[in-house]
Design a protein around this ligand. Structure first.
Ligand SMILES: NC(=O)c1ccc[n+]([C@@H]2O[C@H](COP(=O)([O-])OP(=O)(O)OC[C@H]3O[C@@H](n4cnc5c(N)ncnc54)[C@H](O)[C@@H]3O)[C@@H](O)[C@H]2O)c1
Length: 348
């Protein structure tokens, strides 16, 4: 297999995860690191990797086949556009952009250039979600009726020392819940309508600490979502899916999907069904499926390499990134206005 050379732009928390996985994955090589910080330069030196202070000179000097944009959100779209202009495929971290209009700009540029864009909603690469998607598509749940996602966790006070995390845009809806929204879209289909409430009653910051939302999917199913970054609770994908070592593993579920023929909980992949007649007086049988374990960050990069080689279509396209952002922003708009918000289906 040919080696795919990847540039990492932004060597912060998630950039380092990508660098680590590139270095540990056969068939991938680190083409270089672009990060103006002393820490970024020091990391490149320690790894013996080429370093540049900015992405443009890195793209031109290191000639990567793909670039990973892992910088703060406002830089995602301008940097991705620079990659597309050079014909370099790009993996853009989530959220695709700060605003839907900016995300649309990238969607349009992708269509014009034909250069692939993959958005870093890494949970799509978790085999648990892929198995769940197959189970739903196979019809085992019947017609989807509803879904419930829980995202409750406790962020320590020190997390909020950085002022932007206390301001609108830095809150748990856009930072964290966007992952649940993308999972729900991946598993249950497009979200067309959102109602929501948000609260800052516990922390008292300008940004929300808790939010609850009602969703209507295009296929008619309904959804509920509860998010809090100030709740001591185990019901959160990061805790129960075991994707990152920094979150001690909890043996609970965080996502529940119900249909007319059966229901599925995740991540344990229990399928609940009647063996005979569907009747609330009969026992429901629990079928435990084997949840395959694999590192979604590594799988995402292997997929990115296959996308670059033209062998696979992006599992999370620029349009997916846009729609996930649109639904997440709709939740904030609905909470702010007290009105129901519809998510227009935008086409490139
Ligand atoms: N998919 C995930 O699991 C996941 C997890 C965490 C963060 N993220 C996303 O990744 C992005 C980065 O988050 P983070 O937590 O790693 O942030 P961070 O602050 O830890 O790192 C950002 C890095 O970008 C560098 N940087 C800033 N400006 C730059 C520029 N002009 N050129 C090159 N490098 C520059 C900074 O020096 C820093 O090293 C955010 O968009 C965030 O939402 C995704």
């Amino acid at each position: 297999m040919d080696t795919t050379r990847l540039l990492v732009v932004g060597a912060g928390a998630i950039g380092r995860t990508h660098i680590d996985r590139i270095r540990r994955t056969p068939g991938l090589a680190l083409a270089g690191i672009a990060d103006p910080s002393d820490a970024g330069r020091a990391l490149a030196e320690s790894l013996g990797a080429p370093w540049a202070p900015d992405h443009v000179s890195a793209l031109d000097r290191f000639q990567p086949q793909g670039a990973i944009v892992a910088t703060p959100n406002p830089q995602h779209v301008p940097m991705a556009l620079d990659c597309l202009a050079r014909g370099v495929a790009v993996l853009v971290e989530k959220p695709l952009a700060d605003s839907v209009a900016e995300a649309q700009q990238l969607v349009d540029a992708q269509v014009r250039s034909g250069v692939p864009v993959l958005v870093g909603h890494h949970r799509r690469h978790n085999p648990i979600n892929q198995q769940a998607r197959q189970t739903i598509a196979s019809g085992k749940l019947g017609r989807l009726v509803g879904a419930n996602a829980m995202a409750c966790f406790y962020k320590p006070q020190g997390y909020f020392d950085m002022a932007w995390r206390r301001e609108p845009g830095g809150g748990p809806v856009l930072i964290n819940l966007i992952h649940e929204i993308d999972m729900l879209r991946f598993l249950c289909g497009e979200i067309e309508q959102v109602q929501a409430l948000a609260s800052n009653a516990v922390r008292g910051f300008a940004v929300e600490d808790t939010a609850a939302a009602l969703l209507r999917f295009e296929n008619g199913a309904l959804g509920t979502v509860l998010l809090s970054d100030t709740a001591v609770a185990p019901w959160c994908w990061d805790f129960c899916a075991g994707e990152q070592d920094q979150y001690p593993r909890q043996d609970v579920n965080a996502l529940f999907i119900a249909g007319t023929e059966g229901s599925l909980s995740l991540p344990d992949l229990s399928l609940w069904r009647y063996l005979g007649e569907r009747h609330w007086h009969h026992p429901i049988v629990r079928e435990q499926r084997t949840a395959l374990k694999a590192d979604p960050y590594k799988r995402q990069l292997q997929h990115f390499a296959a996308v670059i080689r033209g062998e696979e279509a992006p599992l999370c396209s620029a349009l997916d990134g846009l729609r996930t952002l649109q639904a997440t922003r709709a939740l904030l708009d609905a909470a702010a206005s007290g009105q129901s918000v519809t998510c227009p289906v935008s086409t490139p």
